[in-house]
Ligand binder design. Structure first.
Ligand SMILES: Cc1cc2nc3c(=O)[nH]c(=O)nc-3n(C[C@H](O)[C@H](O)[C@H](O)COP(=O)(O)OP(=O)(O)OC[C@H]3O[C@@H](n4cnc5c(N)ncnc54)[C@H](O)[C@@H]3O)c2cc1C
Length: 332
């Protein structure tokens, strides 16, 4: 705690132009509209100020938590008194490289990235137009929809490794992308700074038509009128999480203000005033009920904070080490 206070003082003194919010309610930075105050959120405006900030944090042995658009995170009601968040909101550069690839910084929204590609007659990012996250969060999670994933169009990712204070470019083959996963998730201190996207030429009007079609599909299937963090659980191999939850009779099931969406059983929505504890409890109830009915263990897709939070400590236990599916049992 003392280190954190000293780090905040140093950031104020050494980087006076940097946006630094203190005791900021995370409900304002979360698509769930849930979360108590975080002690500090800094928003560097370029890579130089980002590296200076990381240097100060490192001197105080503080590991920052990166924040994109907050569309895949559940923040605790109690707040994050001992966490220093770094937001990518000001890393907004996007342009065409001389060879026609698209360069976008971490804070660029996936909607803006998809629109930029469309305007430049480049296809391949239509699926991303409706995902409410950023390039940084999207690379981290290998965001995807309607058969497309960022890994299909990423050429390389530039990342900053805080422990070594080094900036490197990783070709996509080395990013270990798989379903909603990347190597950046497993390497603490790895921050996505930007990515290069390799796309194909197409008629802008045809691209726009495909984006429109996907956007209508999304609007008709997803509860976009209510706060949520997208799909609450990852799809287990060979299954759809939403179908398992629906078959377990949980559509519309509610704990306090947290509800399994009536429109899309894969989403947990905030019907108004939901607390993080109500969302945790609902997630536990879903896991337990789905396991009892189908034998399949659901794993959260949403990032639950604080970082040491474990679902098992907060409700009934289901085995984590194997997925039981139909007659076959496979090790996870
Ligand atoms: C209505 C709705 C619909 C959604 N639909 C989809 C969908 O179709 N497909 C899909 O894949 N997801 C979907 N999501 C989930 C979410 O939008 C994606 O996971 C998105 O990629 C998260 O991006 P973000 O910027 O909001 O990241 P955040 O939620 O801010 O962060 C997510 C994780 O990434 C880390 N992170 C963020 N930025 C960086 C960075 N620069 N460097 C390192 N780590 C970073 C954070 O620390 C955190 O661990 C949906 C969410 C909502 C609310």
């Amino acid at each position: 705690m003392e280190n954190l206070e000293l780090a905040i003082q140093d950031v104020r003194a050494q980087l006076p132009g940097m946006k630094l919010l203190e005791n900021e309610p995370m409900s304002a930075h979360s698509s769930f509209r849930i979360g108590g105050p975080a002690r500090a959120i800094a928003s560097p405006s370029d890579i130089t100020s980002f590296t200076k900030l990381c240097d100060i944090l490192k001197q105080h042995e503080i590991a920052p938590f990166m924040l994109g658009n907050g569309t895949n995170i559940l923040f605790p009601d109690e707040g994050l008194a001992d966490l220093f968040l770094v937001s990518t909101e000001k890393l907004q550069r996007i342009f065409l490289l001389p060879d026609g690839a698209v360069y976008a910084e971490a804070g660029v929204s996936l909607a803006k990235l998809a629109a930029f590609a469309q305007e430049n007659g480049l296809k391949g990012l239509e699926f991303a137009g409706g995902i409410p996250g950023t390039v940084g969060g999207g690379c981290m999670m290998n965001a995807g929809a309607y058969g497309g994933e960022l890994k299909d169009v990423i050429e390389s990712v530039v990342y900053f490794y805080i422990p070594a204070q080094s900036l490197s470019e990783l070709p996509k083959e080395e990013c270990a992308f798989s379903y909603r996963k990347s190597c950046f998730q497993n390497t603490p201190g790895c921050v996505v700074i930007s990515a290069v996207f390799r796309l194909e030429q197409d008629d802008p009007a045809a691209i726009a038509a495909r984006m429109q079609e996907l956007s209508e599909k999304r609007r008709s299937k997803q509860p976009l009128d209510l706060p949520s963090a997208g799909s609450a659980f990852r799809c287990p191999e060979g299954h759809f999480a939403a179908a398992l939850i629906d078959e377990a009779g949980l559509k519309g099931f509610q704990i306090g203000g947290a509800q399994v969406s009536e429109k899309h059983a894969g989403f947990i929505v905030n019907r108004g005033g939901a607390t993080s504890h109500e969302v945790y409890d609902l997630m536990m109830h879903i896991r337990k009920t789905v396991y009892e009915k189908s034998g399949v263990v659901l794993e959260p897709e949403i990032i639950i904070l604080p970082p040491d939070y474990r679902l098992e400590d907060h409700g009934p236990k289901v085995p984590r080490n194997r997925i039981v599916s139909g007659l076959s049992m496979q090790e996870e």
